[in-house]
Design a protein around this ligand. Sequence first.
Ligand code: ADP
Ligand code: MG
Length: 263
Amino acid sequence: MSQLVIEGLRAAVGGQEILKGVNLVVGSGEVHAVMGPNGSGKSTLSHVIAGRPGYEVLGGSVRIDDTKLLGLPAWKRAEAGLFLAMQYPTEVPGVALSDLLGASARMVADPDEIREMMSEEAARIGFDEAFLDRPLNVDLSGGEKKRNETIQLGVLKPAFAILDELDSGLDVDALRMVSKRVEDATREDGLGVLAITHYSRLFEQLQPDTVHVFADGRIQETGGPDLATELEDTGYQRWMGEPAAKPASAVALADDPFADPFA
Ligand code: ADP
Ligand code: MG
């Protein structure tokens, strides 16, 4: 039983504080949903945890058990058991998924074994094996990129996975297979999941234990699985402060029928 522990995490990008104190503990086999409006800092959270350069950590800590992650380069965080399925997977011309996984998994498996695992993973999510040898993500649809990410997850078997909008771009059938694959990993391998999404449809196969509302750089509320469906109905307005005031000209126009509409 392992834990991914995020404590008081604060971070800035472009001189602006985006993460304003994030606290979250994910245990092995658990699924935590993180739902929140656009621009609230969800991808920033995933990038800071995974070690993408360009972010300034202002405070707090992230660890897997006793291993502190924030000082480590991304590859060492991966070695410690962390995996990130990116919202916008990177295109890497000249490098196939088979090359990438061959290099990253060679410490734990021999090349034939890796190839076999990749084929098995492709079959589990109904993905054409031809994609395994094409340049990574180049000219792929959004959904195909997300299935590439899922194959990596299946082969690398991390302890914890952050899924940043893994559902975006997937059609209904692909979504069902991909989310079932992740759910199976939580049972078979004890994978702990931090699933960032806007839509509760991800959670038809992948059962969340806990749902967090993320807005304005921090977790605002935590609840059970029902919170996901509730959020899809109600939106995030109540955590986003007052709606913007009407522009003065619009008020004047509504109140004064003789006002110059072009003023
Ligand atoms: P979310 O994933 O919740 O939609 P993001 O984490 O992508 O939100 O972005 C949070 C905020 O940080 C946004 O206002 C975005 O414009 C800003 N931001 C993200 N990356 C950068 C960057 N490299 N430089 C400046 N601002 C950024
Ligand atoms: Mg995002």
